[in-house]
Design a binder for this molecule. Structure first.
Ligand SMILES: N[C@@H](CCC(=O)N[C@@H](CS)C(=O)NCC(=O)O)C(=O)O
Length: 212
């Protein structure tokens, strides 16, 4: 069970952020071991885990001696490691790569960190971060405004970036799943797009690992 002669381990299950890493590994058909620690279970604060990732956050990837945290960095590392998913000419162009960076920043900053994680912190995790219905309400409105304005011109009948599946589809689908779970009503085009992504065998296998 090695990749380039080195064993891959993933620490962390149970959240949209850990799902991203499991999904990528299944898309790439890379063998790996899962260490099923969960957020806020105390497991992320064990001495063993803090030695690996002092931030005490999941997911973390360990590829033999190389340790990497931050889900998006892990997706990029895995894709570069095996040269997959293959890119089309737009995706390889200077402008295409700039658009990739734009999508990644937008999804991670505006949709994930600034909106969904604020809702999670101040509604579902109020015992840790404090309850604030003002913060939750404005984060919901912000999420909807960002999604609608950035995505107005895109029909999502294919992939988000270029003509091929990429890390951006993993980020976008997991954010849509999270929004749905948080009770945000999504336009039909997003629901249809997410359903198509959910039908990918790699998504389903990763879902089983991550959520059961
Ligand atoms: N920026 C990090 C965020 C990771 C993160 O916040 N993970 C949460 C779960 S979604 C966590 O590990 N919380 C640790 C804990 O609360 O025990 C990423 O995208 O990978």
């Amino acid at each position: 069970m090695t990749v380039q002669g080195k064993k891959i381990q993933v620490w962390g299950v149970g959240t949209a952020r850990t799902m991203r890493v499991h999904w990528m590994l299944h898309e790439l058909k890379l063998p790996y071991e899962t260490i099923s620690i969960k957020a806020r279970s105390g497991e992320t604060q064990s001495i063993t885990y803090l030695d690996i990732n002092p931030k005490g956050k999941i997911p973390t990837l360990v590829h033999e001696k190389f340790v990497l945290s931050e889900g998006f960095a892990i997706l990029r590392y895995l894709s570069n490691l095996v040269g997959h998913p293959k890119k089309d000419s737009f995706q390889l162009s200077l402008e295409g790569q700039a658009i990739y960076d734009e999508w990644a920043s937008f999804i991670l900053m505006e949709l994930d960190a600034t909106s969904l994680y604020v809702i999670r912190r101040h509604r579902d995790l109020e015992e840790i971060y404090g309850r604030s219905s003002e913060a939750v309400n404005s984060a919901e409105k912000y999420f909807e405004r960002m999604l609608v304005t950035r995505c107005r011109e895109v029909d999502f009948t294919d992939y988000v970036w270029g003509d091929r599946f990429s890390e951006i589809d993993i980020l976008f689908t997991t954010v849509l799943d999270w929004a749905h779970f948080a009770g945000i009503k999504l336009e039909d085009k997003f629901v249809r797009y997410a359903r198509r992504m959910h039908s990918r065998p790699a998504y389903q296998r990763a879902y089983d690992v991550n959520y059961t």
